[in-house]
Design a binder for this molecule. Sequence first.
Ligand SMILES: CC(C)(COP(=O)(O)OP(=O)(O)OC[C@H]1O[C@@H](n2cnc3c(N)ncnc32)[C@H](O)[C@@H]1OP(=O)(O)O)[C@@H](O)C(=O)NCCC(=O)NCCS
Length: 169
Amino acid sequence: MDAKTPSQSFTTVTDMVLPSETNPLNNLFGGELLARMDRAASIAARRHSRRIVVTASVNHVAFNRMVPLGSVVTIEAQVTRSFKSSMEVYMDVWVEDRESGERTKANEAIYTFVAVDDTGRPIQIAPITPETEIEKQRYDAALRRKQLSLVLAGKMKAKDATELKALFE
Ligand SMILES: CC(C)(COP(=O)(O)OP(=O)(O)OC[C@H]1O[C@@H](n2cnc3c(N)ncnc32)[C@H](O)[C@@H]1OP(=O)(O)O)[C@@H](O)C(=O)NCCC(=O)NCCS
């Protein structure tokens, strides 16, 4: 299978925040943003794998800034690394200033998707070759994040998480 680049999966989803999607402070409800990010990430994962994909785990989410009612929100998603059947998708979330149009980073998140066949069994996907400096950094770190996610899920023994352990040595 030919290798792809992260940019081939790049996905951008822009939408606004409506009253039904906010918390009592009139800011975007966290669960609504998680769902929007899941949709954007699944499109990126599909673009990389050209397969049916399912969310395997939400590895990291940082809600750094409130997103007020009426905001225009853009989610940028890109596959950072593919393994055998799983892919890490990295997302940056931007909020646009109404008057200046300037974008501020509000949140970021990392999800793992698995490509599956018609019966839901994991299936092999294309490898990925990072090109830019940030793509290379995210590619390298993705292996440690996969190991951490598997250890926390009880699917890998901590002693086998070689690259993750090396961070603490
Ligand atoms: C995700 C799923 C397909 C994994 O199936 P499985 O039988 O555990 O298969 P495997 O153990 O072979 O894992 C498949 C891949 O997923 C990865 N994986 C599984 N759980 C993971 C986790 N918690 N974090 C990171 N990666 C994970 C494995 O490392 C493996 O990766 P690789 O093939 O690239 O090496 C299966 O658990 C599933 O269908 N889950 C439900 C998905 C779903 O419905 N999501 C929406 C929730 S509403």
